[in-house]
Write a protein that binds this ligand. Structure first.
Ligand code: ZN
Length: 131
């Protein structure tokens, strides 16, 4: 499915809602557009924690690539985003809640499978990875 997100919505929340409402539990997400502000994360492998970067500026969504699977039985969208500023510089990371859409065109591609992918705690990385 493809569509447009409303101005002012939260990018990650809205993509998750669309997948949940359409019962997409396994799939791929892509998007381009622009945001009014962004929150992106970087996973520090040593401390096993995310550090968050909040960009209080208008940015282009140069690319958003993500996937859809299940975590604790709920639809879970994991997405990374590359954002461009007015000087052509790129900022990127793990997409977090707190990224506000200005305009966004998305694409969700559903994959059908008898065995859905589930995210499980992975001790070696400290992340919820596909089990
Ligand atoms: Zn990530």
């Amino acid at each position: 499915m493809m569509g447009r997100l409303p101005k002012g919505c939260d990018l990650l929340d809205e993509l998750t809602r669309i997948c949940r409402d359409n019962q997409v539990t396994l799939g791929e997400v892509r998007a381009i557009g622009a945001v009014e502000r962004a929150k992106i994360g970087y996973y520090d492998m040593q401390s096993r924690r995310y550090s968050w970067l909040e960009l209080e500026q208008e940015l282009e969504i140069l690319s958003l690539a993500g996937n859809v699977s299940l975590k604790d039985g709920e639809v879970f969208v994991h997405a990374h985003i590359t954002l461009g500023d007015d000087k052509g510089r790129a900022h990127g990371g793990h997409l977090a809640e707190g990224t506000t859409v200005f305009a966004c065109e998305y694409l969700v591609r559903e994959y059908l499978s008898d065995t859905p992918l589930r995210r499980l705690w992975d001790e070696p990385t400290g992340l919820y990875l596909w089990g």
